[in-house]
Design a protein around this ligand. Structure first.
Ligand code: DAH
Length: 352
C-alpha cells in the first residue's frame, strides 16, 4: 500500500502558519517533528512497513520534514518582524542626537621629533643606522678612544651589566664587559666597521646614564648621532648642515656657534650653541640672557676612531655630532621638565 504523507505535511504547515507567538510555534514544531512528533513516529515506523514501501516512505517523510522546517523558519521571521514593529516606538532613532566622539591616538613628542629629524636629514642624503642598546665596553668606550681608566670615562655614568645575562643576548662580541650604551656614538663604530666611506648617516636611539633624575636629567633618554665621512670634509660643512637642519626643524633662521670642547673621539671637538628659540637671540631667562642655547657636542672624527674601524685616516676625514632629542623636543614644544616625556600621562600626551 502506498502511503501518503502530504495530508500530514499540510496539517503541520497550517498549524505553523497560524501560530501566534514564538512559544506556540515551538509547540507546533514539537508536535510534528519533535521526539514524539507525528512525523517522527512515522519515520520510526518505517522498519515495520513492507520492504518494497520503505524507500518511498522514507523519502516522502524526509521531504515533509524539510518542508515543515522551511515553513517554521518563515513563520519565525514573520513573528520576529511583527514583534519589532510593535516595539518600534522604543527603537526610534534620533538622527539629531550628537554623535559619539571618536578618540584619536597621537604620536609621542619624541617620536614626532625623531621622524622630523629623519625627514630633514634624509632630504640631505643621510640614511638611518641603528645599533643595540646593550653594548660592549669596546664599542661604547675603547673604540671611541676612551680606554679603561681614561679619566674621560667619568663623562658618562654607566650602567654596567652582569656579563652572563648580557652575553646570552649578544653572544659574538669583541669584549666581554657589557653595559647599557651611554651614547649613540658606538653606532659610528659599528657602521664604519661594516661600510666603506663615503658615509652619511644619522643614528637616533635610546641611551642610558646612571644618574639622579631632575627636570633636565633622566636615566634614559634619546640621542641622535650624526656621521659624515668623505674625502674633503671640514668644519665648514658641519656648520652649514647643522644650521640648515635647525632652520628647518624650528622654522626660523638660526645661527650656530662652535665653542672649543673636549671629546675623546673627535679632534677638534666643539660644544654647539644655537640662537635661543624662546627669545630668538635677544636674551631671556631660558638662555640665561645670553641669546644662545647649548644644543649638542660635535667634532672632526679622531684618527684613532678611524684606525679602530679599519678606515685609513690619511685618506678619509669626517665630522660627527650628537644631539639630545629630548632637549630638541623640549625646545620645540616648550616643555620644561624632561620627566614629562617618560611618565605616560595622557593629559600631557594628548596635546601632541
Ligand atoms: N656622545 C657624546 C655624548 O653623549 C655626544 C657627542 C659629542 C657625539 C661629540 C659626537 C661628537 O658624535 O662628535 O655626550
Amino acid at each position: 500500500m502506498q502511503r501518503d504523507f502530504s495530508e500530514l505535511e499540510q496539517e503541520a504547515k497550517n498549524a505553523i502558519k497560524t501560530a501566534q507567538t514564538p512559544k506556540e510555534l515551538e509547540a507546533v514544531l514539537r508536535l510534528y517533528t519533535g521526539k514524539e512528533g507525528k512525523i517522527t513516529r512515522e519515520i520510526q515506523a518505517i522498519p515495520t512497513l513492507a520492504v518494497s514501501e520503505r524507500a518511498e516512505a522514507g523519502s516522502a517523510l524526509n521531504t515533509a520534514k524539510i518542508q515543515i522546517a522551511k515553513a517554521y523558519a518563515e513563520r519565525q521571521d514573520e513573528l520576529k518582524q511583527r514583534a519589532q514593529k510593535e516595539s518600534g516606538a522604543e527603537e526610534f532613532l534620533d538622527v539629531t542626537a550628537p554623535g559619539k566622539k571618536i578618540e584619536y591616538g597621537s604620536l609621542h613628542p619624541l617620536t614626532l621629533v625623531q621622524r622630523v629629524c629623519g625627514e630633514i636629514f634624509g632630504s640631505m642624503g643621510f640614511s638611518i643606522a641603528q645599533g643595540p642598546e646593550i653594548e660592549t665596553e669596546w664599542y661604547n668606550f675603547d673604540a671611541l678612544n676612551i680606554p679603561a681608566d681614561h679619566p674621560a670615562r667619568d663623562m658618562w655614568d654607566t650602567f654596567w651589566l652582569k656579563s652572563e645575562e648580557a652575553k646570552s643576548q649578544r653572544p659574538k662580541t669583541k669584549n666581554p664587559r657589557f653595559l647599557l650604551r651611554t651614547h649613540t656614538s658606538p653606532v659610528q663604530i659599528r657602521y664604519l666597521e661594516t661600510h666603506t666611506p663615503p658615509v652619511r648617516i644619522i643614528a637616533p636611539g635610546r641611551v642610558f646614564r646612571y644618574e639622579a633624575t631632575d627636570a633636565n636629567h633622566q636615566i634614559n633618554f634619546y640621542q641622535l648621532e650624526g656621521l659624515v665621512v668623505d674625502k674633503d670634509i671640514s668644519v665648514a660643512n658641519f656648520s652649514a648642515i647643522i644650521q640648515e637642519f635647525f632652520k628647518r626643524f624650528f622654522g626660523f633662521p638660526v645661527t650656530v656657534r662652535l665653542r672649543p670642547s673636549y671629546f675623546p673621539f673627535t679632534e677638534p671637538s666643539f660644544e654647539v650653541d644655537m640662537t635661543c628659540v624662546v627669545c630668538k637671540g635677544k636674551g631671556c631667562a631660558s638662555c640665561s640672557h645670553s641669546g644662545w642655547l647649548e644644543i649638542m657636542g660635535a667634532g672632526m672624527v679622531h684618527p684613532r676612531v678611524f684606525n679602530a674601524t679599519g678606515v685609513d685616516p690619511a685618506k678619509w676625514q669626517g665630522f660627527a655630532f650628537g644631539i639630545g632629542l629630548d632637549r630638541l623636543a623640549m625646545m620645540k614644544y616648550k616643555i620644561n621638565d624632561i620627566r614629562l616625556l617618560y611618565e605616560g600621562d595622557l593629559r600631557f600626551l594628548r596635546q601632541f
